[in-house]
Design a binder for this molecule. Sequence first.
Ligand SMILES: [Zn+2]
Length: 221
Amino acid sequence: MGPMLSLLKTWCADLADLVAPRVCLACADPLVTVEALCPRCREHLMPAVDAPMGVHVAWDHGGPLVRAIHRAKYGDDPAVAASLGALLAEAWRAPGGFVATRVVPVPLHPARLRQRGFNQSAELARALAQQLDAPLAWRAVERVRDTPSQTRLDRGARRENVRSVFRADGSLRGQRVVLVDDVVTTGATLSELRDAVLAAGATAVCATALARAPLLFTDGR
Ligand SMILES: [Zn+2]
């Protein structure tokens, strides 16, 4: 998207904000604040009870959050995804007193980024980066292959699907990095990203995701 088009889009979004009231991302009730969810849907968020090894998951992927993430991902307004970032930042717990110096969202392949206009994980990560007072290093890692969707893959196929898909640059050398994803299932993508970031010289890495989704297929199928 060119800068003029992007400017026009921002301007139109601002204008739409003036005309149309903000609505809850889950139930579409009007909102009086800039939060992502209305108080009723907010109350239904459950803290995540389990997570893949080494990943801090903010919320259980049930009810309102599923709808909210879906709307944010496939809508055309990055501000919507950014509003969910507050929920991620709020739930963040630093593992063992981890002090982050960089926040790195899971990158999209450039072709996918052009198509969608924004990277939902990067928008989500903004609020956390601000809260941790650490730069959002959204260009430090690139996705070198466009991979098929993981949705219908089992655990082993997921790891194979994302093998060697990320390349991190030297700006992460000596940094303590928090990785951010929107939804985590087996943790295959975050594991692969962690390996790339460590290979680039980061000294410590941890990962967080807004929600966990169940694996549709069981192991070995
Ligand atoms: Zn609601």
